[in-house]
Design a protein around this ligand. Structure first.
Ligand code: 6GU
Length: 250
């Protein structure tokens, strides 16, 4: 997958993209990330990328020209893929990012991300350039860069070959619409706290059943609204009813 990121702060991406799964994925040629400095597409003496808001109000607005020109300069080499290439603006006004959206984006061979900044981005960018607007949550960040890193991380780890074992993706929180069950590793007893016995039993059916129940209970306690959309069997729906009156042991 090729990912182009338009930003005023390309240096912010150096740390995250040179460690962990990114480093491996990039080294193995599974993903290629190209950073483009929006300021390189300004032509006045001071390289001005922002300006006052028409109509007044506090804060500066990212100008349209450098963004359109940055995009056009990279689109030159991607003309062939045009039409089927998301151009995503990271903005608190976007649709709320989620695991299904990460899956959706992981299917493309190329993504373009534009990081908003200051008080906002000139409206013509959203109206005439981008194909999608994404927010990573209901809070305000000072810029779209951290949000772009979140989106790229969630997408890249889904690409075939990036994670060690593909099976681990199936158990992730939010994949089946549930939070993930608790996990333990050695030692079996630490400071007198024991790992749940069923996990040491070697009985795979029992382990699966316990994990599923824990996932359901945890989701019910922490994010009950997720259960409305989760795919649960009839028996599991009955379990939810029972848990509402008497929770399982932890
Ligand atoms: Cl994508 N950008 C900014 N500036 N703030 C955010 C966000 C994005 N998502 C949540 N908050």
């Amino acid at each position: 997958m090729d990912i182009d990121i338009l930003t005023l702060f390309p240096q912010m991406f150096q740390g995250p993209f040179s460690t962990g799964i990114f480093e491996r994925a990039i080294d193995h040629g599974l993903v290629s990330i190209n950073l483009h400095n929006i300021r390189d597409y300004t032509y006045d003496k001071h390289h001005t990328a922002d300006d006052y808001a028409y109509g007044g109000g506090a804060g500066m607005i990212l100008k349209p020209e450098p963004i359109f020109e940055a995009l056009e300069s990279i689109e030159m080499d991607v003309k062939l893929e045009a039409g089927d290439m998301p151009i995503i603006l990271l903005t608190p006004q976007g649709r709320l990012f989620s695991q299904p959206i990460a899956y959706e984006l992981s299917k493309y061979s190329r993504l373009i991300l534009i990081c908003g900044h200051y008080e906002g981005v000139d409206g013509r960018v959203a109206e005439h350039l981008v194909t999608d607007e994404i927010s990573i949550g209901d809070y305000v960040l000072s810029g779209g860069e951290l949000a772009a890193m979140v989106v790229v991380d969630a997408v890249v780890r889904l690409l075939p070959g990036v994670l060690g074992s593909e099976a681990s993706l199936q158990d992730d929180s939010h994949v089946a619409g549930l939070l993930e069950y608790p996990q333990y590793t050695r030692p079996a007893v630490y400071r007198e706290w024991s790992v749940p016995e069923v996990l040491l039993s070697g009985n795979h059916a029992q382990v699966s059943k316990w994990r599923r129940e824990q996932a359901i209970q945890r989701t019910l306690e922490r994010r009950p609204e997720l259960l409305d959309k989760a795919s649960l069997s009839l028996e599991e729906r009955r379990l939810v009813e029972r848990l509402l009156t008497s929770p399982l042991d932890k």
